[in-house]
Design a protein around this ligand. Structure first.
Ligand code: IVH
Length: 687
């Protein structure tokens, strides 16, 4: 090896060890020893050396946390030792009953315990091979999880290699640790505040957001989320036989895993109760969500002896914190008007503290829900926050009624525009019938410019609000007539932002027809139906003048949807909007002419055919297969029905095969599917 390379190798190894050490101090122990700037310069030096000598890059190098291309789907991981769930207890008596039950199974044994917090996130299993992080998976159903290794690698407190240089000789060659990945509370609030600012829907709670973040197909997205982990168990280990759980936790910490400093050994059940009481008081102050404590029998021998019933170990139990509730006054019931005119009632509450946040509002779902709970304006009510952002009203305190409370009446006219309100039979929601209602307009225009619609970047809720308030936008088409001068008159709008907005609007003029149709906000017409309509009619005018029969002829469109589309295009105001969109330069046709009645059969080879893909294909991802089916005019669906024309069967197909036999569906293997696909693509000139 040339001298220069030798030196570079020695230096990269040294740098990696240093960075690993400082990562450990910073992310695991929360006790950094060097400045960010000093750390950065180590990192930059390593980056530079690896760039000069790519042959020196190793998978566990700290520069390789975010690496690898997005995947089409996650692989399945079989857990050699299943990940269990936990039984719950809710009070001291139930805790004692649990102890009595297990004590009978190990007579004469003095039990001691380990107390941990029950983190509110999702369980993962991390496999280490020869001291290096090899593979990580979600819990899944406990038996099988998803391989999310590239995403887990982005979590800085997960060691890519174990502590010690070289890693300790007595470490088992292969072992699996388990822990909980979570989304810190404060970062969650911040993320939601940003989403609210942009007019995007809010995430429900940190737990779902952690799961969603970890299940991203692109690891760069996961890397942008502030996920963290507490490790709490050893799944299995080759040639390692610790005696107690406490010993396991200490061992894991020594190897560099992030274990909680709040874990506590308890010599008796009274000590367990003390731990519970302490954290019942203080758990809201922790920077992550917890919903109780976990009690584990310390001796691993006793654990094995006690064993598992169903999916729950006898040797451990979750002692849950009660969901936080508070009593406050229901001052009034307000109404929000949604995009489709739905009137959504919400509770206006006397401000009260629940789980550390001030609650002033709560959801009330719909009229029937309010009746069922017999909520009356002026009632004292019990509100509860169980992880969600928006709390719920559980029930009124009937004993506290004075007689001055009054029942809720859904308004007969829209609180925003005064339009007539109707509640169609069989529906839970009352609706404002005036399609020019300003509240509907705000929701409608936001939808129109949003991701599910024309995707006009940089035009969010707040800007739409301003545009409507200033009268610049009175219908969705007005967007395409905005000028630089119009925009510059708005608050907080500079030359540069105005330019950006105008160029996003310009880009959106060229969106395909199905996006325009989806953007119009016709009830029951989501992106899939919009795609089917665009494919069938090809140009907006044909769709606009289609009869009910013609509409129902489109695959995917039933009588209710057809009626909704028909009525929408009957309305004069809507026709004017379509006309104006055209005048505003919006492209209103598909590339082809459509597969509708005149063109049917001649346009695209697979029109009218429905495909279901099951199992794994070797030559392409499921998404790619579906895209190519659609490009040939076919429909790719999830579920097998009598209408399914072909079932494409990849590797490990699963239960769909049984159903296919029942329905006598025509099945093709991958090779046959590829042949058909090539044939179709050649016909259209796409191949
Ligand atoms: S131990 C013994 N320890 O709770 C089998 N689990 O309800 C359970 N959890 O899937 C694993 N904090 O996601 C354990 N300190 C902790 C935990 C914990 C949270 C979760 C874990 C598990 C679920 C079971």
């Amino acid at each position: 090896m040339p001298e220069k390379l030798k030196q570079a190798r020695a230096r990269t190894e040294k740098l990696r060890a240093l960075i690993h050490h400082h990562d450990y101090l910073y992310y695991v122990l929360d006790a950094p020893e060097i400045s960010d700037a000093a750390y950065d310069s180590l990192f930059q030096e390593l980056r530079r050396l690896e760039k000069e000598h790519p042959e020196l890059v190793t998978p566990e190098s700290p520069t390789q946390r975010v690496s690898g291309a997005p995947v089409a789907a996650f692989g399945v991981v079989q857990h050699p030792v299943p990940l269990l769930s936990l039984g719950n207890v809710f009070n001291h008596d139930e805790l004692i009953a649990w102890q009595e039950r297990i004590s009978r199974l190990v007579p004469g044994e003095e039990l001691d315990y380990v107390c941990e917090l029950k983190y509110d996130g999702l369980a993962v299993a991390l496999v280490y091979e020869n001291g290096v992080f090899a593979r990580g998976a979600t819990r899944g159903d406990g038996e099988q999880g998803e391989d999310v290794t590239p995403n887990l690698r982005t979590i800085k407190s997960i060691p890519l290699r174990l502590n010690g240089d070289p890693p300790q000789a007595d470490v088992p060659p292969r072992f699996e640790v388990r822990g909980e990945v979570y989304f810190p509370k404060q970062e969650f609030e911040r993320l939601n505040a940003e989403r609210a600012e942009r007019g995007e829907p809010l995430y429900a709670n940190p737990r779902n957001t952690a799961a969603g973040s970890l299940r991203q197909l692109d690891p760069r997205v996961t890397a942008s989320r502030p996920l963290n982990i507490y490790v709490y168990a050893l799944g299995w280990a080759e040639g390692f036989a610790p005696a107690t759980h406490w010993e396991v936790l200490e061992w894991l910490a020594a190897l560099g895993f992030r274990t909680s400093s709040l874990n506590r050994w308890a010599g008796s059940l009274d000590k367990v109760e003390d731990f519970y009481k302490e954290w019942l008081e203080k758990h809201e102050d922790l920077p992550y969500g917890t919903d109780g404590i976990v009690v584990k029998v310390n001796s691993l021998d006793v654990q094995r002896h006690l064993g598992v019933v169903g999916r729950e170990p006898r040797w451990s139990v979750a002692y849950k914190f009660p969901a936080e509730q508070a009593v406050t006054r229901l001052l009034d019931i307000g109404i929000n008007v949604g995009r489709t005119g739905s009137l959504n009632p919400f509770a206006i509450l006397e401000p009260v503290q629940v789980s550390g946040v001030t609650v002033k509002m709560a959801t009330l779902h719909n009229e029937d829900d309010i009746r069922r709970k017999d909520l009356r304006i002026g009632d004292l009510v019990v509100v509860q926050r169980a992880g969600e952002v928006v709390p719920q009203v559980l029930r009124p305190v009937i004993e506290a009624r004075t007689g001055s409370e009054r029942p809720f009446e859904m308004p007969k006219t829209c609180p925003v525009c005064g339009g007539e309100v109707v509640r169609p039979e069989g529906e839970a929601m009352a609706r404002c019938t005036n399609s020019t209602c300003p509240a509907q307009l705000l929701e409608l225009v936001s939808h129109f410019v949003g991701r599910a619609g024309m995707d006009v970047e940089g035009v969010g809720y707040a800007l739409v609000q301003q545009l409507i308030k200033t009268g610049l936008v009175t219908n969705v088409a007005d967007i395409f007539f905005l000028t630089r001068e119009d925009l510059l008159r708005l608050e907080r709008m500079g030359e540069k932002s105005a330019q950006n907005v105008l160029s996003s609007i310009e880009a959106s003029r060229h969106r395909p027809l199905h996006r325009v149709i989806a953007a119009l906000g016709i009830r029951h017409v989501g992106s899939e139906t919009a795609e089917a309509l665009a494919r069938y009619f090809g140009v907006i005018d044909k769709l606009a003048s289609a009869s009910l029969e013609e509409l129902t002829a489109v695959a995917d469109v039933g009588p209710v949807v057809a009626q909704s589309i028909f009525t929408w295009f009957q309305q004069e105001s809507n026709r004017r909007v379509v006309q104006k969109l055209k005048e505003g330069g919006v492209r209103m046709e598909s590339r082809g002419i459509g597969t509708g009645p005149e063109a049917l059969g001649t346009q695209l080879p697979w029109s009218g055919l429905e495909f279901v893909v099951t199992g794994r294909l070797e030559s392409m991802s499921r998404g790619q297969a579906e895209a190519r089916i659609k490009a040939m005019g076919g429909k790719a669906t999830e579920s097998l029905t009598r209408r399914t024309s072909y079932l494409v069967v990849g590797a490990d197909p699963g239960s769909k095969m049984d159903r296919a036999r029942q329905l006598e569906t025509h099945t093709v293997d991958e090779a046959e599917f590829l042949r058909l696909l090539r044939e179709a693509e050649q016909q259209t000139g796409a191949g």
